[in-house]
Design a protein around this ligand. Structure first.
Ligand code: HOZ
Length: 439
């Protein structure tokens, strides 16, 4: 049992003195699952070790980037070599072109890409670009889709407020510090419920600059798009001359060599990336056709800049990762392991009498603690979060580090192997028994 937490407990107490909540991103504080967040000392391949020396099979994968596993030799070597030549110049480098070429090769509808330093920056900049291109002010997002923490995207469905144009915005801030006026420019539709998007286009004719969406949602737990939803999404955007922004920060280069865009045959106007394209270092990017992207400064009037944009270390890690993915594509193997994990969890839950619905696309999956299909955000929130909490902690005790929230996706890497799977499923059998006893 991985119950040693002396070091993590001490570090968490110390961290809380100097960092809000003791963490630099809220979900890491274990607020949804209770207990002590394990402070990670090191990771290699599919495994992580905490400061108490406990070993875990890791399914967080840094929330997506570690598709090749932790500290992959080629990625580590690329970072080491690059480091010797300096870590940031504030001037252009050859590596930026090399990574841009690799990204664009995988997304043939995109002709230009701009690198930034995080997914949040990518989506924020993509929205500014869409507004600059269309000269419109509203954007649409979907409930339960997460696109980082910029003001205009920390927005939820609200009770409605009157806007200057007379239309009724249906949104409200989802965080303190976001002015209601900002939030009112973001309209909220329901993912996989196309009628709600259609209604917004009726209410705000010729005013919606962009619709942003997660093609496969990872941030409400995993939700898969229905074909009808994808068709409507494309049609409505086209008819209304609204730009479609695919947030592929999690799915890019993960669900296929060309991400969700290739897998689901999407036709987005702008794509946002992050995570994998930085090989575990801080990177984001947004791209599209030359016509659209040339609105970005200095080619065009939409301003966006960054000191660490195109950072040499991040570019090197990204190039090494995408090159390795191209040379040794892990996608078929990830699908096999994903299937085995999904089936194993489903069978173990059934045997224990625990209602469970596993949603999975390739190497991303969420086990929702409920019996019904989980297609919409409304479905996802019906999950039994107390059961998840019991399961999560029982798995952690048994050496399996899952994302510490029911409403996140787990990630498999090319380094997860049969031993990891067996260990995970053995732990799951016992953990479901713990859940069944607690129901
Ligand atoms: N909510 C983010 C993932 N969906 C968390 C990122 C992090 O804590 O690193």
């Amino acid at each position: 049992m991985n119950s040693r937490t002396t070091q993590s407990s001490q570090l968490f107490r110390r961290a809380q003195q100097v960092i809000p909540g003791g963490v630099n991103s809220p979900v890491r504080a274990f607020g949804a699952v209770g207990g002590v967040p394990r402070f990670i000392a090191k990771a290699k391949g599919s495994r992580m070790w905490d400061e108490d020396g406990n070993e875990f099979v890791d399914y967080i994968g840094s929330w997506g980037p570690m598709i090749l596993g932790h500290a992959h030799p080629k990625v580590a070597e690329a970072i080491r070599l690059t480091l010797e030549d300096g870590t940031s110049f504030g001037a252009p480098t050859k590596r930026e072109i090399e990574l841009a070429e690799l990204v664009l090769k995988a997304y043939p509808s995109c002709e230009r890409v701009r690198f930034v330093s995080s997914g949040t920056e990518a989506t924020m900049s993509a929205l500014r670009l869409a507004r600059g291109v269309t000269n419109r002010k509203y954007i649409v997002k979907f409930r339960g889709n997460y696109h980082g923490h910029s003001d205009g995207l920390l927005v939820q469905a609200g009770s409605g407020m009157l806007t200057a144009s007379g239309g009724s915005s249906n949104s409200a801030p989802s965080s303190a510090g976001v002015p209601a006026e900002f939030a009112s420019l973001t309209l909220v539709a329901d993912y996989n419920v196309p009628e709600t998007l259609e209604q917004l286009f009726k209410d705000f004719p010729e005013q919606i600059a962009a619709v942003i969406f997660e093609p496969v949602v990872g941030n409400a737990g995993l939700l898969e798009p229905t074909p009808a939803f994808l068709t409507s999404l494309h049609e409505l955007c086209k008819i209304n001359a609204t730009l479609l922004i695919a947030d592929e920060v999690m799915t890019g280069f993960r669900l296929s060599p060309g991400g969700a865009t290739q897998l689901l045959k999407l036709e987005p106007d702008i794509v946002c990336w992050g995570k994998i394209i930085g090989g575990g270092l801080p990177v984001g990017a947004y791209g599209g056709s030359a016509n659209i992207m040339d609105f970005v400064a200095p080619s065009g009037p939409v301003y966006q800049a960054g000191t660490l944009s195109g950072n040499p270390l991040a570019m090197a890690a990204g190039i090494a990762t995408l090159t390795e993915l191209e040379k040794n594509p892990p996608y078929a193997q990830l699908e096999v392991y994903g299937q085995k994990l999904q089936m194993g969890l489903e069978i173990a839950a059934l045997e224990a009498g625990v209602p469970l619905m596993v949603n999975r696309v390739g190497s991303m999956l969420t086990a929702f603690f409920q019996a019904g299909n989980v297609t919409t955000y409304n479905d996802a929130v019906k999950s039994d979060t107390e059961a998840f909490k019991l399961f999560f902690n029982a798995m952690l005790e048994r050496g399996v580090y899952l994302p510490p929230s029911q409403f996140e996706a787990a990630f498999i890497s090319s380094e997860h192997d049969q031993t990891d799977l067996e260990m995970t499923l053995n732990a799951a059998r016992e953990a479901f028994a713990v859940v069944a006893a607690g129901l």
